[in-house]
Design a protein around this ligand. Sequence first.
Ligand code: SAM
Length: 278
Amino acid sequence: MRFDIITIFPDFFESTFEYGILGRARAAGLVDIATHDLRGFTHDRHRTVDDRPFGGGEGMVLKPQPIFDAAAGLNLSPKSERDRTKETVILLSAQGRPFTQALAHELSRIDRVVMICGRYEGVDERVNQLLCDREISIGDYVLSGGELAAAVIVDAVVRLLPGALGHPDSSRFESFGVEDAALDNSTGDAPPRTTHGAGGILDYPHYTRPAEFQGAEVPLILQGGNHDAIRSWRRRMALRKTLENRPDLLEKAVLSKTDQRLLDEIVEQMEQERTEAP
Ligand code: SAM
């Protein structure tokens, strides 16, 4: 897989992709990441990449020409002939479609991803219209530039590439991932997985040694050897975390009858905790 990032700050990425899983994936040749300095595609003495907005208003807008020239050097197919499953051009934008784990999976199956980082008030809309296949936002907030968003997308996508993680299941059975029931050893007497299937909801809380830290104890169930009890506790905690932090996910998640029962119990328990709170 190859990423090309068009930016006015190529140095921003210098160390960003050197660490951990990303660094190893690059060293192993799983992914190639190139940055392209937008100012290198200007034709004036000041290397101007921006201009004043039509219609007035504050701020500056990135001009289309340097971006088109930068993209021309990447040998992409024209937008109308582009096979989006092989190559895709992304405009990073607060106005874009939300970046999700599902979209990260989709991008991980594409050979070539080009990302255009905006700055200032944004990018001339004709870049979106004539060059880009997707307009993507990494969240409901405004960054000062698309570079951080590009780094977020590269990180989330590369860890999904086959061979990037120590265990291939790690990226399947985590927050937003597939359900644990999809695994053969998800029931019965096999040891519970450390990365449990979330099935569209959030992951459960994790603990390691020591068993007691600053007065807070690791739940006793996790310290015992009852695998079924551990699975059930983890599912309950994943549901509770999702209910507390991201109730919207529960509306879309496929929940079993057991999940529904656990959720009813969790709601009751939370109600009780509220009334008992001082
Ligand atoms: N005027 C724009 C607006 O209100 O939507 C904000 C422009 S922002 C200051 C400059 C650049 O940062 C954008 O062109 C985009 O590339 C990037 N950016 C800002 N927020 C982003 C987000 N949530 N996701 C992805 N990119 C973002």
